[in-house]
Design a protein around this ligand. Structure first.
Ligand code: WTA
Length: 637
């Protein structure tokens, strides 16, 4: 594959960016023409942000898996598509060439078909980081089913909520998953979820951990048995379903500031084109490069930069089952050395957690294959940026600080490795086709440089969110109604003197804990389920490794003789309702919460107390009972 659209110089970036703004349709049409279509599009773009209604490549027909697999077979059939490294360093790694991956995807697409899956059906995937997860994702896309991957850290209740919302009748899971020293009983969690989801017809289970599982007759099937059936059919090729450019490719649930997580829906063609374009340009991928994205496929980063972006570009994508600190803090560096990784893409929280162990770990490995480093998921602090630059990149690798969201599908603001300038802790410049704008509280544009505001985007890019599953109105109110004719990101940003963007963090009630988005309302709802809890308020506070920690203020009418036990009970409740990723770091028992006369909790005050800024609480005179603030201050954790 060649990439005529790969930008090579700063000057070219400026010129291409200009073109992408003055003629977005012509710009994207030229890139889209590089892909494999079953039928060309009739019209490039139709859009308004009012409803919203965004459609790219209208009338075009394609299948994303032909672009990720089939089209590489003529020239690159034997090139590794996926390299898989086990959680256990002594277990042999696996390599799947494009030819082998194609064959396995076809095989599993037959399994789905044999079990009655049709174009448009929703399939939920709850698996560990094994090649079969990528295979299952691609098999869904091949048959035209809409996949919804759920991260292994979510509870049965969270899974049930998602299954019900998506009305997913099929589940693909594993007996269990290995993660560091733990093994997570995935199938058993699914069994608990299914108690309230009788509409689920089939559960296909892959054997990974040999954890005992209960297989229900008529509903549960072993992956391996189903594959055997396809083998007896002679492993026929699976013709890729013809999909419309705008057909949904997947649903991915993400947290917002209110209520339950929403199902972000991405399209087929626009998503494919944008993930490919951003992958090739941001990381400056060169043929033969080994790309190691450390994310889990349960998050958008894994979807876009382990599976679809790299594979659509014919790259070698490294998948890692484990965690950065198991069996020791040298694990990433060991993998880089072992596979001569060229591009490493990870999260600031992972960097910070490894910094704690010192520089001996990276110093013990040969990291000379690295060409490009990337970060994603949260603002990176300068200290972590410099550590990454010095001890991992040896000051020879550009660092790309990539800002984007589940809703944006791909990277929107980032430097292009070695092509446009990097600046510590700055995402810097928008990618071509992306038109950021800063606005003040009233939606008025903040112009010029050296300014800050709420970050919005004023023109659609191909992988913009299409809807929130089953509730289009929620999509409109969350992203398109705050400011007229703008997509609102929920993030605040600075634009410095040079015009570079620095993302400062969420301006809504969404926390970013270890790069994972968690809604404060969601955590409060979970805490309030505990029978001793009267009311709670959750805020974020700066956490050295996680970026943000979860601080919960709880009014409790149960027995508080043993506060630690009460805390453990509440934590267990949150784990059960949402999952271990949402466990509060601190729980402070309080007699009351600071409320306005109209009964609204003053989170600003609670945030300040959690941050330890006790002197600058601002105006508390509008509070119903200012005395509670004093009490909260004195019993602060
Ligand atoms: C934050 C992850 C600063 C941001 C791809 C955004 C970042 C949220 C960066 C989306 C970055 C992501 N610098 N902040 N480079 N990248 N964020 O949906 O607050 O899991 O809104 O997508 O992460 O998180 P999500």
């Amino acid at each position: 594959m060649s990439f005529p659209y790969q930008i090579k110089t700063l000057e070219q970036y400026r010129q291409v960016y200009q073109q992408s703004v003055s003629d977005p349709e012509g710009f994207w049409a030229e890139i889209a023409a590089q892909f494999t279509w079953k039928k060309p599009w009739d019209k490039v773009l139709e859009w308004n942000f009012k409803e919203p209604n965004v459609k790219w490549f209208i009338g075009g027909k394609l299948n994303i898996t032909e672009n990720c697999l089939d089209r590489h077979l003529a020239e690159n059939a034997n090139q590794p598509a996926i390299i898989w490294e086990s959680n256990d360093p002594s277990e042999h790694h696996r390599v799947l060439s494009y030819k082998q991956l194609h064959a396995k995807v076809c095989q599993f697409a037959w399994v789905l078909k044999n079990n009655g899956v049709k174009n448009g059906d929703r399939i939920c995937l709850y698996m560990g980081m094994i090649p079969e997860l990528a295979i299952a994702v691609l098999a869904c896309a091949r048959i035209g089913a809409v996949h919804s991957v759920i991260f292994g850290g979510f509870s049965a209740q969270s899974i049930a909520d998602r299954l019900q919302d998506a009305q997913a009748e099929y589940i693909i899971t594993c007996d269990g998953a290995f993660r560091g020293a733990k093994d997570i009983p995935l199938k058993s969690v699914i069994d608990d979820a299914l108690v309230t989801c009788p509409f689920v017809k089939r559960v296909i289970v892959y054997t990974r951990t040999r954890t005992p599982v209960s297989m229900i007759k008529g509903r549960d099937l072993w992956w391996e048995d189903e594959i055997n059936k396809v083998e007896t059919m002679g492993n026929p090729d699976f013709p890729a379903e013809m999909m419309d450019a705008e057909d949904p490719l997947f649903i991915l649930y993400t947290s917002g500031s209110t209520g339950k997580p929403k199902g972000v829906v991405h399209s087929s063609a626009g998503y494919m084109i944008y993930t490919n374009y951003s992958f090739v340009n941001v990381f400056q991928y060169q043929k033969g490069d080994v790309h190691f994205c450390t994310a889990d496929i349960g998050w958008i980063t894994g979807h876009s930069y382990i599976v679809y972006g790299p594979l659509s570009a014919g790259a070698t994508s490294l998948m890692f089952e484990g965690v950065p600190t198991f069996p020791d803090a040298g694990r990433f560096w060991n993998i880089v050395q072992k596979y001569k990784v060229n591009i490493l893409y990870t999260a600031p929280t992972a960097i910070r957690s490894l910094m704690v162990f010192g520089t001996e770990f990276p110093a013990n490995y040969d990291l000379s294959s690295l060409k490009v480093l990337g970060t994603v998921g949260e603002p990176i602090n300068e200290e972590a940026w410099h550590w990454y630059d010095e001890f991992i990149g040896h000051k020879k690798c550009p660092i790309v600080d990539t800002w984007w969201q589940t809703e944006t599908g791909g990277i929107l603001i980032s430097n292009l490795a070695g092509v446009t300038p990097a600046k510590p802790a700055h995402a810097t410049l928008p990618l071509p086709g992306v038109q950021p704008i800063l606005v003040d509280e009233n939606g008025k544009e903040v112009e010029g440089n050296g300014v800050s505001g709420n970050l919005c985007i004023r023109f659609p890019w191909p992988s913009i969110i299409r809807t929130t599953y089953g509730d289009h109105e929620r999509c409109r109110t969350t992203y398109f109604s705050t400011y007229e004719n703008l997509y609102f990101t929920g993030d605040g940003a600075l634009r410095d003197e040079e015009g570079f963007y620095r993302i400062t963090g969420r301006v809504d009630d969404v926390l970013n804990v270890s790069g994972h988005r968690i809604g404060t309302a969601e955590v409060e709802n979970a805490i309030n389920m505990h029978h001793g809890v009267v009311e709670s308020a959750v805020v974020g506070y700066p956490h050295e490794i996680k970026g943000q920690g979860i601080y919960a203020y709880v009014i409790y009418n149960g027995n508080l003789e043993d506060q630690d036990l009460a805390r453990k009970d509440i934590t267990a409740t949150v784990s059960r309702i949402i999952g271990p990723i949402a466990k509060p770091d601190k729980i402070q028992f309080v007699g009351g919460l600071p409320k306005t006369r109209s009964g609204k909790i003053m989170r600003r005050i609670l945030r300040k107390i959690a941050e330890g800024e006790l002197q600058s609480l601002g105006d508390t005179t509008t509070l119903l009972d200012p005395a509670v603030v004093e009490e909260i201050k004195t019993s602060r954790l």
